[in-house]
Design a protein around this ligand. Sequence first.
Ligand SMILES: Nc1nc2c(ncn2[C@@H]2O[C@H](COP(=O)(O)OP(=O)(O)OP(=O)(O)O)[C@@H](O)[C@H]2O)c(=O)[nH]1
Length: 350
Amino acid sequence: MITQTSSLLLETRDILHKWLSLATSAIMIFFCFVNIVMLNQVTIGVIDSVFGLLNLYSFRKALLEKTHEWHHYMLAFSMTVVVLSSFYFADLRAGSIYWLLILPPLYCLLAGPKLGLFYTIILSLPALAILFIKSDTEDFLPYRSILNFVLAYFLSYGICYLYESQYAKSSLLLERMAFQDPLTGAQNRHALKLFFDNFNNVPVDPFLKYETEETRLLIIDIDYFKSVNDEFGHDVGDSVLLEMTELLHYLIHDEHVYRIGGEEFLITLKNHTQNQAYDFAEKIRKEVEKTVFRAHQQSIRITVSIGIAQLQKGQSFREFLRDADKNLYSAKNKGRNLVHYGPMNVSEAV
Ligand SMILES: Nc1nc2c(ncn2[C@@H]2O[C@H](COP(=O)(O)OP(=O)(O)OP(=O)(O)O)[C@@H](O)[C@H]2O)c(=O)[nH]1
């Protein structure tokens, strides 16, 4: 479930953004005071105050509402402007050049590794230009120092890049372990629970009726799967389950396949009317019936029974699974290799 990882990374980015906005705004306001009152550097002081207040506003927004994409860009932009202008206007001996070192990690964390690298390279150009333009470069920053600085600048990005990519990889791995069935690669029960919770948490939007009313479920169970195991062995049974998952993925395109029991699968169908869901279930049933599953040099034919249900808001996950199972067993009781339609909701289907 790729969306889980990305949403986790986005959430981390939002939290980082929120507290960085507060910290940078405090630092900018502090420097505004130092520059205007103590050093008489009005230009830098004004720039500090403007961006300091903007970041404070951004922090307040992030605290009360949610962080928007443009907040990240504003934080990165304001830090860039403040750091470059201090670097340009202030005496090099003040050491404002050191602040440039925090920008590459900031870009990497806020914009992601690829875009972060792009910004890091772009920013190095005006920074180097300022270094060379300033008349006092020779006196205070010999070229050996510049070399050290450039290396440290890109290394700070490299460290952050490595950390970010490792973090993304391990999040993906953890997510797979948590939400994927290791045998078939289908989503597991936890993933279904998450889908279910999300469905229940989204408020009903009267203008988007189909969001809540037209989410249907197909509960698909292989008929007499025990006899496949008994006749051909457990390994062959495993391969059939794997092939079955592949077939379902092939048929459904961008919807999710969940394996919720040994030989029981579930598919969520968004924006499907009753008839569309029924036709689709029939298509799956017929495809499985005519497919020859080839596992370990065996040719195996199987059939499936399918129950159709409609997802109802307010149901608990337990109730939902119990009702979904009842719905499926109606299909089994009617003779197998058929689609049973639960009239309006899963509880009425028994
Ligand atoms: N190979 C394999 N078999 C499994 C797995 N999980 C469950 N099973 C088998 O699936 C079979 C399910 O059997 P039953 O619940 O009796 O259902 P069935 O034989 O499919 O019969 P109906 O569902 O009533 O049509 C059992 O033999 C389980 O051992 C698995 O991961 N791999």
